[in-house]
Design a protein. Structure first.
Length: 594
């Protein structure tokens, strides 16, 4: 403020004060921009009378005057045609925060509502609203498609609801796109601003391509507004497997901040068009109940920098991957301070031979929800760095495949110790990771018990269902479930499994196997005993095989879709000549004889 201080005011000269007051409180009749009102111009807010001509006449008048605001008071306006917003013109309703309306019924939603009809049956026609010039904007409106029906699956296509194809500095603010096929499409729309938007687009929410100067997408929330939502409802399920909430193709340093989507096939898709792919800053991304929360098909060299993300798999699925990096990706995908939970098979699947994946300070709560033995992070190829991350389960945390160029895994903490299946040899470097806290003395290895379903059991299990509890903890096996058990080399063991084998799980070849050979058959019994010949190493692997069965197909009233095997409560491993004391392999304690 140096240069404007006076004795009269320590902050502003009198002329500056007057200018500031006029800007905040204009004189009667003086406005910051010319304004037009569709209601005063003859539009009828009855939801029936076509207002296309009135709206477009005022938009054109605003353009002819050099720019201004066309106001849409509260009401339901039927727009049977298409609208074009010229340069320096804003079409504006009453909302100053994005609305979240309920189901589309007669008389609802309320506020400034445009009812769109044009283009039904084809995605290739002209958009409902075209942002046709620089600084064209849309604000404060609900846009709904009254001919839409939730019973129509796949959804009937329409052209984009809003399209900007060429102009710069366009904007969409404080709007709800209640049920469009595609909500917003931005092509060659440099410095676009999409802020405070809600809705439930079916095919795609926002698409950006050929943005060669920074674009902004902020505070956007795509969720089943206006829909009676059920995960298995055909319409909702279609979106949850086919729909895309956000898609970015060629965009140079895109900013996407504080956005959320629910119930899409892909939450955030980074694709490649003829013009290239994306790079940018992605802060506060949220994707719930998505089959692919983030799908990267290509990325520019500067990379996709994703911070503070929250990612959840598709409800009811066993094949959801929160972040999939495809085999063609050339750039870097970098995660920082992200969290993964819910029905997830793999949190991260890195597939690119030439790309780079980095995860720093991320939190992995859930994975392998289908009991397939999947890791939290699977690196099939390329380069990867996983550092300072936490893993909430004592399952396999990271799988490094043979084709990986370099994997650096350091300073990670994990329940039961950081577990890595390394098939890349010296190309994988591990350092300063948390080790298993259990002290496996010779006495502990000679005689121990594992309680399945209790905390600490997952370090010994692979391809099992999750922990459960009735009168006591247990887990269900699958058709084939594996055990990795500590042993003393050269010692013979007796293994006792405490289990219950339902009739649907029994078959002639059901039983306990080692190296493909049957050790003990599985019958309808409460215990299974097997003698284990000495192993050469300090662990051995066993398989529990049975006939997989689906409760929903066998038990009346059960909707459980899982493939189950037998119910296992625990096991005891006892070496020949072992002492009576039994080591608790879940907790590391030695409570005494069984």
């Amino acid at each position: 403020m140096r240069g404007v201080m006076t004795k009269r005011s320590p902050y502003l000269v009198p002329g500056a004060v007057a200018a500031l007051l006029l800007a905040v409180f204009p004189l009667r009749g003086q406005t910051s921009a010319p304004r037009w009102d569709v209601l005063e111009a003859g539009a009828r807010p009855d939801g029936q009378t076509d207002g296309t001509a009135v709206f477009q006449r005022l938009l054109d008048a605003a353009a002819k005057a050099g720019g201004g605001v066309v106001d849409v008071p509260a009401g339901r306006y039927s727009i049977r045609g298409n609208l074009t917003i010229p340069a320096n013109v804003t079409l504006q309703g009453i909302y100053r925060v994005p609305p979240t309306p309920g189901p589309l019924q007669a008389g609802a939603p309320n506020g400034s509502v445009l009812l769109a009809y044009a283009g039904r049956g084809s995605a290739a026609g002209p958009p409902f609203i075209r942002l046709a010039g620089n600084n064209a904007a849309l604000a404060g409106l609900v846009i709904a498609y009254p001919e839409w029906k939730q019973s129509e699956v796949p959804p009937v296509p329409y052209p984009p609801c809003v399209l900007a194809d060429g102009p710069e500095n366009t904007g969409v603010r404080d709007c709800c796109f209640l049920n469009p096929y595609e909500a917003i499409k931005l092509v060659r729309a440099a410095r676009h601003l999409v802020r405070n938007v809600t809705g439930y687009p079916s095919k795609r929410g926002i698409y950006v391509d050929e943005c060669y100067d920074i674009g902004h997408i902020e505070n956007v929330h795509f969720w089943p507004f206006g829909v009676a939502y059920q995960p298995e409802d055909p319409f909702c399920k279609w979106i949850n497997t086919q729909g895309v909430a956000f898609e970015l193709a060629r965009t140079d340093w895109q900013y996407v901040h504080n956005t959320f989507c629910f119930g899409y096939g892909v939450g955030y898709k980074f694709s490649r068009s003829a013009q290239g792919s994306a790079n940018g800053n992605f802060l506060g991304l949220g994707a719930d109940s998505c089959r692919r929360a983030v799908l990267v098909q290509q990325a520019q060299g500067p990379g996709l920098l994703i911070s503070n993300g929250e990612f959840v798999g598709r409800w009811g699925s066993t094949d959801s991957v929160c972040l999939e990096i495809g085999p063609e990706v050339e750039g870097t995908v970098s995660l920082a301070n992200c969290s993964f939970w819910g029905p997830i098979d793999r949190c991260v699947w890195m597939r690119s031979a030439v790309g780079q994946f980095t995860a720093t300070a991320c939190h992995f709560l859930d994975w392998d929800n289908g009991g397939a033995g999947s890791p939290a992070i699977q690196v099939d190829a390329g380069r990867a760095i996983v550092q300072a991350c936490t893993f909430n389960q004592a399952k396999l945390q990271v799988l490094v495949a043979t084709n990986v160029t370099s994997a650096i895994l350091c300073a990670n903490q994990a329940e039961g110790g950081f577990r890595v299946r390394n098939r890349a040899g010296k190309r994988t470097q591990l350092a300063l990771n948390e080790e298993d806290p259990l002290n496996w003395t010779a006495e502990a290895r000679a005689h121990y018990r594992i309680t399945l379903g209790a905390r600490g059991d997952a370090r010994y299990l692979e391809t099992w269902q999750g922990p459960e509890k009735a009168d006591r903890p247990f887990r269900w096996s699958g058709a084939v479930s594996r055990l990795a058990l500590p042993v003393l080399p050269g010692r013979t063991y007796t293994l006792t499994l405490d289990l219950r084998a339902p009739a649907p799980a029994l078959s002639p070849d059901a039983g306990l196997y080692r190296d493909g050979k049957l050790l003990a058959p599985l019958k309808s019994q409460s215990a299974l005993k097997a003698t284990l010949a000495p192993a050469s190493g300090d662990s051995l692997e066993l398989e529990l095989r049975c006939k997989g069965w689906v409760p929903g197909q066998v038990l009346a009233g059960s909707g459980d879709p899982r493939v189950l095997g037998v119910q296992v409560f625990g096991l005891v491993m006892e070496a020949e000549g072992a002492a009576a004391e039994v080591f608790d392999a879940n907790t590391g304690q030695t409570p005494g004889p069984p």
